[in-house]
Ligand binder design. Structure first.
Ligand SMILES: [Zn+2]
Length: 187
């Protein structure tokens, strides 16, 4: 592919690998892929092995680096549980050492947002609810609890913890299921 956006992403991917993940994928079996057909917030939700997939190439170089780091930290799996959080925090420390304190702060913020919903209450809850809506679209036919259990697992929480921390989870999920059913009937 000779798309200039893809070339820019490929260059950023190579630089990030070299600077942040020098010991990862030494055999170079992973590749970068841009897939505009991914659902909203789909970069992590559509995880597949040996592929770092971005929905599109972010214009802002720093945001692109941040997203690449987020996704490479996901290489072992799609969850945002403690192993992913540890890898993100290690990358934040590395960014600081490289003199990229803004990038470091952004990475930490992202982890904090997932780790402690009280620290960034609103944004974090909004993110969780949109993840639930996406999951409903991606997993048609599942019950509300089945969907919420998957979302909970991806955040390193139990189903009960998810419902406790994000009080509207069930409501958001049921509404999305209803809308999805209506949409499918019309389609
Ligand atoms: Zn993710």
């Amino acid at each position: 592919m000779t798309d200039p956006d893809f070339e820019r992403a490929q260059k950023a991917y190579e630089d990030i690998r070299a600077a942040f993940f020098p010991r990862w994928d030494r055999r170079r079996s992973w590749k970068l892929e841009i897939d505009p057909s991914l659902p909203r917030n789909g970069d992590c939700g559509t995880w597949k092995p040996k592929t770092i997939t971005l929905q599109f190439v972010l214009a802002d170089a720093e945001e692109l680096d941040q997203l690449l780091i987020h996704e490479i930290c996901h290489a072992p799996g799609p969850e945002h549980g403690s192993p992913w959080q540890r890898r993100m925090m290690a990358a934040a420390t590395k960014a600081e050492a490289l003199g990229r304190s803004q990038l470091s702060a952004r990475l930490k913020e992202e982890v904090d947002g997932l780790r402690d919903p009280r620290s960034k209450g609103e944004a974090s809850a909004k993110y969780v609810y949109s993840t639930i809506e996406d999951a409903v679209m991606e997993l048609p036919g599942l019950s509300s609890d089945e969907i919420l259990a998957r979302v909970a697992q991806s955040r390193g929480l139990s189903l009960a913890e998810l419902k406790m921390r994000y009080k509207r989870s069930e409501k958001v999920c049921l509404k999305a299921i209803q809308e999805e059913a209506l949409y499918r009937r019309k389609a």
